[in-house]
Design a protein around this ligand. Structure first.
Ligand code: 5GP
Length: 220
């Protein structure tokens, strides 16, 4: 069905880094992109990674903003050169996260978000133990279908394929750290903001954010 870059590179022993790494996945139509967009509009400290893909641009998508659109050969060349932190085949197209982009932002201490599929999320978790993974669930398969139809972006055949795929993807929610049921976008947005806020309050993150406080208080 799908392949991924699980064997492309051995897991990095580097399990920690300054800044927080959030990984958000969902079946197509669950509202992930709108949710992430709304979050980023309110939280300008988070950088969103722009993935590479072999899929053709849709509607208003812009190269370099929504995705870096490349041919399959160029993508495979990047795989061979180890340029992807993770990559996977989804709905017949290849998608991957730039290792260089991520390392650059992470080393600057930025909070980074990856909007990727469950296969990529598993690869990221294997490399970065402290990445926080979030899976967005639709309230039901019927509602998922209704949303895909309302979106009006895909043909009936593509929608049918995405729905079948959703039934394969959704059970992988079990391996994520957090689950958000997207009944209603504002409620789901508050849930996602709560996950981000909680992660920023973890001991290691607070120690990185406020070294002077920890030093003054004599905390290791
Ligand atoms: P779409 O083609 O609808 O934009 O995305 C299809 C799926 O591919 C979505 O689940 C999306 O999150 C996922 N995806 C996008 N970028 C990446 C990536 O860099 N890596 C992986 N593994 N999946 C991605």
């Amino acid at each position: 069905m799908s392949t991924s870059g699980d064997t492309a590179r051995a897991p990095s022993p580097h399990g920690d880094f300054p800044g927080n790494l959030f990984v958000v996945a969902a079946p197509s139509g669950a509202g992930k992109s709108s949710l992430v967009r709304s979050l980023l509009a309110r939280d300008t400290a988070i950088r969103l990674s722009v993935s590479y893909t072999t899929r053709a641009p849709r509607g208003q998508e812009v190269d370099g903003r929504d995705y870096c659109f490349v041919g399959r050969e160029a993508f495979e060349q990047r795989i061979a050169e180890g340029e992807f932190l993770e990559w996977a085949e989804v709905h017949g197209n290849l998608y991957g996260t730039s290792r260089a982009w991520l390392e650059r932002h992470m080393s600057n201490g930025a909070d980074v978000m990856l909007e990727i599929d469950w296969q990529g999320a598993a690869q990221v978790k294997a490399r970065f133990a402290n990445a926080v993974s979030v899976f967005i669930l639709p309230p039901s398969y019927a509602e998922l279908e209704a949303r895909l139809l309302r979106r009006g972006e895909d043909s009936a055949e593509v929608i049918a394929r995405r729905l079948l795929q959703a039934r394969v993807e959704t059970p992988h929610a079990a391996s994520f750290d957090f689950i958000i049921v997207n009944h209603e976008i504002n409620h789901a947005l508050r849930d996602l903001q709560a996950v981000v806020a909680a992660q920023r309050l973890r001991y290691a993150a607070q120690r990185r954010a406020h070294p002077e406080v920890f030093a003054a208080l004599g905390i290791a």
